[in-house]
Design a protein around this ligand. Structure first.
Ligand SMILES: Cc1cc2nc3c(=O)[nH]c(=O)nc-3n(C[C@H](O)[C@H](O)[C@H](O)COP(=O)(O)O)c2cc1C
Length: 165
């Protein structure tokens, strides 16, 4: 089994709570806060899950905003990355869960990004996180659709398992 690290950026705790749920669903993964993680901490891991909440208008959570430039020179060889982001599809229906697009844009071409998700079943008008008809990772809405979160995580983790052996 590959070694998994989850790196989350959370301003008021929702993404942190989701990261903990993901950790439980995966069974064996280490958690890092984007606020304090060092790039070198991530060296031993084959599979990286990066998650962030969306702020501003479709912007990346602040701690990730600081961390992402430091990843420019990171050696991703042999690694895979999956992304998730949180948003509020009622209040921010035209920039829903856009945070993960910034991660995607920065990492595309540097590392294999897996775990795209169909937009079926979500309620929003626009999202930068939709590329080629799919979310570039798992979108979650703890403000309005918290009832869906456990199921969405379970389905996503099941899908990720094909990349974890
Ligand atoms: C100032 C502010 C701006 C936000 N902008 C967006 C946005 O553009 N798109 C979106 O989907 N959600 C947006 N949200 C909602 C948050 O992403 C959402 O509430 C999330 O669950 C917060 O997670 P956290 O507690 O881990 O930071 C915004 C929230 C705040 C407070």
């Amino acid at each position: 089994m590959n070694k998994i690290a989850i790196v989350y950026g959370s301003s008021t705790g929702a993404t942190e709570a989701v990261a903990e749920k993901l950790q439980s669903a995966l069974g064996d993964a280490d958690l890092f806060n984007a606020e304090s993680v060092n790039i070198d901490d991530l060296k031993p891991y084959d599979f990286l899950i990066f998650g962030a909440s969306t702020t501003g208008i479709g912007d990346l959570q602040d701690d990730w905003e600081m961390l992402l430039p430091k990843m420019e020179k990171m050696d991703f060889s042999g690694k895979k990355v999956a992304l998730f982001s949180l948003g509020d599809s009622a209040s921010f229906s035209t920039s829903f869960a856009g945070a993960m697009y910034h991660l995607y844009k920065a990492l595309k071409g540097k590392v294999e990004i897996v775990g795209s998700v169909s937009a079926d079943g979500y309620n929003f008008d626009e999202s930068d996180a939709i590329v080629d008809g799919h979310f570039v990772g798992l979108a979650l809405d703890e403000d309005n659709e918290y009832n869906e979160t456990d199921k969405r995580i379970a389905v996503w983790v099941e899908n990720l398992k094909q990349y974890l052996n």
